[in-house]
Design a binder for this molecule. Structure first.
Ligand code: PLP
Length: 396
């Protein structure tokens, strides 16, 4: 038997994740500064989230390729709360944003085609693309008093095979929102090269400063085909419930939706109880979002407090506008994987920057989702480690 080339992955466990697993099974303490599963971070979930799952109405199977109208109306109400009017016909429900991406890559790309993603970004893109035999081409994000899209770099990365640009708004792990002028510049590039724009808005509701531009791309009239992907794993902190969607706006959306409907009809992956419960979950999202925002902002303030108290110049936190993560610039003494490994031996679990496509050494990505007590202790140990090693650092 021969396996397909697209599944030719190196499935060997990395030394780092093996070390993590061993530490976990040995029962040693771990301050998890990578935590991304909100169901394991001590947030309070209302018991009211569950009864709709056993509504007798779910015993009737009424297959609808785009998802039940009842649930798609609820998605439209979510956008209405963001000041955007959508028709349920523009919404296709999926079990995850990953599935939404797979529909979009199938819709837009033939094998070998390319999708541009400003990096650093969400690490799953490479796998999602591999599975669809599509190539992810990274284009640079630049950091200068905040993250920005390098529009010329983006333009230079376009080839005859490019079919779409993906923006994550706000981005994971940089935590920056795409600004309105950048959205317009990216749209101009899409128009010039006949590309679609895919915008991932799973963290849209987690902006820190109300003065920033936090709008959904669903409401921007950019004059190009735009597909927004989002879902309840972040919006409602319910990753276990498996519900997400894509929204099509702009030119060609009617033709795109016709094709998407056939794609979705082939899988019919949505189940009835989850669709029945989706309106309740979306209506209850503020209760989760407020807890998470409070936590993330408290942990960010604690990070800044510890960085300031140490009067140290060795660690810098990059500017962050929203989301659950932040990036730390540390002395580039050795590969970040080695730093992550040494920190793990001290009980602190962080992501090396390469995991998110950051180039060079000296970058750690940390999540601000874990409890305040865990976070504070984790940062303390991390800073002690940096200080202990400071004589051997060369800043660069
Ligand atoms: C940018 C981004 N999009 C999508 C997801 C995952 O969404 P889903 O659980 O709906 O596949 C993540 C998860 O961390 C993410 O960071």
């Amino acid at each position: 038997m021969k396996f397909s080339k697209r599944t030719n992955w190196n499935t060997e466990e990395s030394e780092l994740s093996l070390a993590f697993r061993q530490r976990q099974s040995a029962g040693l303490p771990i301050y998890d500064l990578t935590a991304s599963n909100p169901t394991r971070c001590g947030f309070k979930y209302s018991a009211d989230l569950l009864p709709p799952l056993v509504d007798p109405a779910t015993l009737d199977y009424d297959p609808n390729p785009k998802g039940s109208l009842w649930a798609r109306h609820a998605v439209c109400r979510y956008y209405a709360d963001h000041g955007v009017t959508l028709d349920p016909g523009q919404v296709v429900l999926t079990t995850s944003t990953s599935e939404a991406y797979s529909y979009l890559f199938k819709l837009l790309c033939d094998p070998g085609d390319e999708v541009l993603v400003p990096q650093p970004s969400y690490p799953l893109f490479d796998f999602l693309a591999d599975i669809e035999v599509v190539r992810i081409v990274s284009s640079p994000l630049v950091y200068d008093h905040g993250w920005q899209i390098d529009i010329e770099g983006l333009r230079r990365s376009i080839t005859g095979q490019t079919r779409a640009i993906v923006l994550v708004h706000p981005n994971n792990p940089t935590g920056h929102f795409t600004k309105l002028n950048e959205a317009r510049q990216v749209a101009a590039v899409c128009r010039e090269f006949d590309l679609a724009l895919i915008v991932d808005e799973v963290f849209l509701d987690y902006g820190f400063d109300a003065a920033d531009f936090h709008e959904s791309f669903a409401g921007l009239d950019l004059g190009i085909p735009v597909f927004i992907v989002s879902g309840i794993s972040k919006i409602c902190a319910l990753p276990q419930m498996k519900a997400a969607w894509l929204v099509a706006v702009g030119p060609h959306s009617v033709a795109a939706l016709e094709r998407l409907e056939v794609l979705a009809d082939t899988y019919l992956s949505m189940n009835a109880p989850v669709q029945r419960a989706l309106p309740t979950w979306l209506e209850g999202r503020m209760a989760m979002q407020s807890q998470i925002l409070r936590r993330v902002q408290a942990n960010l303030a604690e990070l800044d407090r510890q960085l300031a108290r140490q009067l140290q110049m060795l660690v810098n936190r990059l500017k962050v506008e929203g989301g659950w993560y932040t990036i730390l610039r540390i002395p580039a003494m050795h590969p970040d994987e080695v730093t992550a490994r040494q920190l793990l031996d001290l009980g602190v679990w962080v992501h090396p920057g390469q995991f998110f496509g950051m180039s060079g050494s000296g970058w750690l990505v940390i999540s601000m989702l874990c409890t305040e007590v865990q976070f504070s202790r984790g940062i303390e140990i991390f800073l002690e480690y940096i200080h202990r090693n400071q004589d051997s650092y060369q800043i660069g």
